[in-house]
Design a binder for this molecule. Structure first.
Ligand code: ARG
Ligand code: ASP
Length: 712
């Protein structure tokens, strides 16, 4: 009883549907429904200034950068800003021992020095259309699910083709509101994108993994690119004669900064959220799936740390791997904590009770009456399969040797009939892969990871959810010793010898290799015993989720719903503000260069400060980029709803001018992908004035600033 009273008090203090919250990832085309609220919060422009297909609007300055980040155009010469961590791969690909742009930074001092990045694209949305009726016209909720999906697929294909023909654009038709609505997105894809500049990692990645997902933050997380087009102004493949792109719109940049309470919005490409899950799914994710992954990754990271601390070479070799594994590890730890401390599951249950009551009130709601019970059943069935998948990827394939051997799987399918050109291509690809693999491979780490992960695998997974090789192991240490002794995949020479003289008959050698055999055991088991069930349970979940979404929208007709993120362009808005994550702790909304100096530690890789930055700090040489308080602001937080993919997105002020670049969220609120809480969830952006200060004063690349439109 006391527990219930407590929960009620909690829910009253933190209502599930807040009156105004920074919650919501809005479709730009429908922004007129939010316009009044945005203006009440302080916005001085209109929805039409943000998205229009009749005249240029802010949307013409926003792009999807590569496949996973956002970028924005800041000059009429196609100059583009995104995060350092988004440009990282391209910076790395131009780096070598002689030109170590990751360590030293890079600045093209003229157009000729800008570096092409073959393979990098940016995508710009030209237009969006509601096509729900066309896609759903011959389907209904009572029809067989497979038949329904088949019809939808055909409708999408037909309409996409028609639109592409009509417009000459790339067209994608995407599902919104979990299959209840469909929109066509018309895109233009630019293929000549060049690296213009990047700060050194000591600035662009300052704080590294230690500060990742946390506030206070001092990362200058930006890099600079430029879009090129052919002489007629059309997107084109790289050509040295291409010219800078003249956009319909580029963003103005504000030097005024933002005060606490100021309206702000983010315009970009959020990847995935799951805000309408039932309680059972949130509970499963936060309390069982995530903790297992966090635990396994934590053990791997401990091993990495031990060896990385002991040897500077290993530290560099494992830096990117560490960052990758560590990013999810830290986030999911935060998700579990956030969901539990802010009663995410209980809030969902409370909502579900109301939903069930509502279902009982009318016969016409029969469709929804069993939904929640069915969710419980199906999630219960799915759980062991999700676990099996996690152990496969996080424990089995985390052993680098096995993952690397797996890259040779296609080779094992070669026969005498395979065209020689195809064989040569595969061999060449594997040689490149081998080179990359061995450059950053340290087998003592991998061996220790193997022993630890296989023990975990055996301990946690029941025999019928383990790949067969595991059930045959008598002693893990012996198994691993033999694996590393006998497999050719630990030795670069052996792998190259194998590839150099490769003949079809050598496939036998591959099939006998213990690392390759282990890989096959894992993957075959997965395909035969896990994959099919997972697909069919997920299809059923998709169906239930579609109905649940529909039911919620029917129940709360006065509420403005927003669709989950799906990598399409969205507007999200809130206020510049700090937060109070727990009793007696209050965070300011901005950080300054003083904080960088406070964190400085020449012995700790993440906190080394560039000498030139120290000089500028000592002289307080901030020029017009200083805040009116005289200090150099570095980063700030806001209550704007963001997720992965929003990295690099512009955060804009009430006039639609650039305030900064979004790059992360605060740890306490990482649960926001499933449950958003306006009191706790904060996004983190680098202040545009710090970006300009680094470009201008630190790097001496003032010619780039001259291209921009600066509002003092
Ligand atoms: N946490 C941010 C995001 O999810 C930034 C990741 C890159 N930075 C890093 N230190 N690993 O992507
Ligand atoms: N850091 C994320 C990204 O790279 C943003 C986030 O998850 O808040 O997109």
């Amino acid at each position: 009883m006391r527990k219930q009273v407590f929960l009620l008090a909690f829910l009253l203090a933190f209502p599930f549907v807040a009156s105004f919250a920074g919650e919501g990832m809005w479709i730009p085309m429908l922004l007129k429904y939010n316009e009044k609220e945005m203006q009440q919060m302080g916005m001085r422009i209109t929805a039409d200034d943000i998205y229009s297909i009749n005249h240029s609007s802010l949307k013409d300055a926003i792009v999807l950068f590569g496949g996973g980040c956002t970028g924005e155009i800041v000059s009429d010469e196609g100059l583009l800003l995104t995060n350092h961590h988004c440009g990282y791969g391209w910076i790395q690909c131009h780096s070598s021992v002689e030109h170590d742009y990751l360590t030293d930074g890079f600045w093209a001092m003229n157009r000729g020095e800008e570096l092409p990045c073959p393979g990098l694209t940016v995508t710009m949305m030209k237009e969006m259309r509601d096509v729900t009726e066309k896609i759903l016209f011959n389907v209904n909720d009572d029809m067989d699910e497979a038949e329904r999906q088949e019809k939808i697929k055909t409708n999408i294909k037909k309409l996409t083709e028609a639109f592409e023909k009509e417009s000459g654009n790339d067209v994608e038709i995407e599902s919104f509101f979990l299959g209840n609505e469909y929109y066509a997105i018309f895109n233009q894809v630019f293929e000549d994108v060049r690296l213009v500049g990047t700060p050194p990692s000591n600035i662009g990645k300052f704080g590294g993994d230690t500060d990742n997902w946390m506030w206070p933050r001092h990362t200058g997380d930006f890099s600079v690119f430029r879009i090129y087009v052919d002489k007629e102004g059309r997107p084109a493949k790289y050509n040295k004669d291409n010219v800078p792109y003249k956009p319909l719109k580029h963003l103005d940049i504000s030097l005024k900064g933002a005060e606490a309470g100021d309206f702000a919005f983010v315009f970009g490409y959020p990847a995935r959220t799951n805000e309408y899950l039932p309680a059972v799914a949130v509970d499963q994710e936060a309390n069982r799936i995530d903790p297992v992954v966090v635990d396994l990754r934590g053990k791997v990271l401990d091993i990495y740390n031990k060896y990385q601390d002991a040897d500077p070479k290993v530290r560099i070799q494992y830096a990117a791997k560490h960052a990758n594994i560590g990013n999810g590890w830290k986030k999911w730890k935060g998700v579990t904590e956030g969901i539990n401390s802010f009663k995410g599951v209980e809030r969902k249950r409370y909502y579900e009770e109301g939903f069930y009551e509502w279902c009982l009130q009318s016969r016409s709601r029969y469709l929804y009456i069993n939904l929640l019970r069915n969710f419980d059943t199906i999630y219960g069935k799915l759980e062991p399969y999700r676990m099996a998948y996690n152990y496969m990827t996080e424990a089995g394939l985390r052993i680098e040797l096995i993952g690397f051997a797996g890259k040779f799987n296609r080779l094992s399918k070669i026969t005498k009939e395979t065209a020689q050109a195809d064989v040569d291509k595969q061999i060449a690809g594997l040689k490149t892969a081998a080179q990359a693999f061995f450059k950053d491979y340290y087998s003592p780490i991998d061996k220790e990871v193997a022993v630890t992960m296989l023990n975990e695998y055996l301990k946690a997974q029941p025999a019928d959810f383990r790949p067969p090789f595991l059930n045959e192991i008598e002693d893990v240490q012996d198994f691993v010793d033999e694996l590393f002794e006998k497999s050719m995949f630990v030795s670069e020479t052996k792998v190259n010898d194998f590839l150099d003289g490769f003949k079809v008959k050598d496939i036998r050698k591959l099939l006998k290799d213990p690392a390759f055999k282990t890989f096959k055991s894992i993957i075959d088991f997965y395909m035969e015993s896990v994959h099919g069930q997972t697909i069919s349970y997920n299809a059923e979940i998709d169906r239930l989720q579609r109905l649940y979404m529909k039911g919620q929208m029917e129940k709360e007709q006065e509420k403005r719903f927003y669709p989950d993120a799906n990598f399409t362009l969205r507007v999200t808005y809130g206020k510049v503000e700090g937060f109070q994550p727990k009793d007696a702790v209050a965070y300011n909304h901005f950080t300054t260069l003083d904080g960088i100096m406070q964190k400085e530690n020449p012995d700790v890789y993440d906190y080394v400060v560039e000498p030139r930055l120290k000089q500028l700090y000592a002289k307080k040489d901030y020029g017009r980029y200083a805040d009116k308080d005289g200090s150099m602001h570095v980063a700030f937080t806001a209550s704007v709803h963001t997720t992965g993919g929003n990295s690099g997105s512009p955060i804009l002020n009430a006039d639609g001018q650039l305030l900064g670049l979004n790059f992360d969220r605060c740890w306490e609120g990482t649960m926001s992908d499933m449950v958003y809480d306006p009191d706790i969830c904060r996004n983190i952006s680098v202040d545009i004035r710090y970006v300009l200060f680094i470009i201008d004063k630190f790097a001496g690349a003032g010619h780039l600033i001259d291209e921009m439109t600066i509002v003092e």
